[in-house]
Design a protein around this ligand. Structure first.
Ligand code: DGL
Length: 270
């Protein structure tokens, strides 16, 4: 048993979709979230920059004595693959739990993968899916406009701009006949409804935040690191840009009102 907090980070607020799921799966855990809002997006940056940011973000969480680090970011999980070996506490990214779920779900073995440019260029999801099931054929597409759309509140499925951008990116995947699509970036569950309205209601969308939360609970259990408190856990939020407006957007990602502490930190110090 261990009552230290779980540390979760993302380039911005997308990782809150994983926090939302973590709070469902492990309601008694304390969570410390860092959103690198001053440097978002990561997905269009070089691999060396993404790695440097990922290690700084992890260091900040470790300084806060977390018992586990979760990179709730498809980009970091795809590019900073050594984090798993370099951190002194259990670590997970989103790629493996998400691929595991997708391989179970697909029936026709045609899987779409959408993510940031860095994620798609790494082929992380494609390569791992193949190890789970060599018959799976993957159709990959980067969607660089999705993160700015979501961070700026363009999420309504009836919004013409949202619909047009999704069609622009996803028509080829749709025409390929996939039955499952990996939302390879933690921002994307926020536009799940809009994606479904373009891809058709029968499409299976795999939410990387959700699958990762389930997997993190398994790791904590196996390592005897679950909290033993009876009351609900608390969340602390840290960001690298001004927290102004954080609450409004965070409420959308978390699906509840943020009434917790939000503090700005200087991530360059880590
Ligand atoms: N949520 C991040 C991801 O999962 C967004 C990446 C970005 O900042 O571009 O990839």
């Amino acid at each position: 048993m261990n009552n230290a907090p779980i540390g979760v980070f993302d380039s911005g607020l997308g990782g809150l979709t994983a926090v939302r799921e973590l709070k469902n799966v492990l309601p008694n855990e304390n969570i410390i979230y860092f959103g690198d809002t001053g440097r978002v997006p990561y997905g269009s940056r070089s691999n060396s920059t993404i790695k440097r940011y990922a290690y700084q973000d992890s260091k900040f969480l470790l300084k806060n004595k977390v018992k586990m680090v979760i990179a709730a970011c498809g980009t970091v999980s795809s590019v900073a693959t050594n984090l798993k070996h370099d951190l002194p506490v259990p670590y997970t990214g989103v790629v493996s739990p998400t691929c595991f779920a997708a391989a179970q779900k697909t029936k026709n073995k045609k899987v779409g993968v959408i993510g940031t440019s860095a994620t798609i260029n790494s082929h992380s999801y494609r390569d791992l899916l193949k190890t789970f099931d060599s018959e799976i054929v993957t159709y990959e597409q980067d969607c660089p406009l999705f993160v700015p759309l979501v961070e700026n509140g363009f999420i309504d499925k009836d919004d013409l701009i949202v619909k047009l951008v999704i069609e622009r990116y996803m028509t080829d995947i749709k025409n390929a006949g996939v039955d499952t699509v990996i939302l390879g970036c933690t921002h994307y569950p926020i536009i799940s409804e809009a994606i479904k309205s373009v891809m058709g209601k029968d499409i299976e969308l795999i939410n990387s935040g959700k699958e990762t939360a389930i997997y993190a609970a398994k790791i904590l259990k196996e390592n005897n690191l679950l909290a033993d408190r009876k009351e609900k856990g608390d969340c602390e939020f840290y960001v690298s840009d001004t927290p102004d407006g954080f609450e409004n957007i965070a409420n959308v990602f978390l699906g509840e009102n943020v009434s917790h502490k939000v503090e700005q930190i200087n991530i360059e110090l880590y």
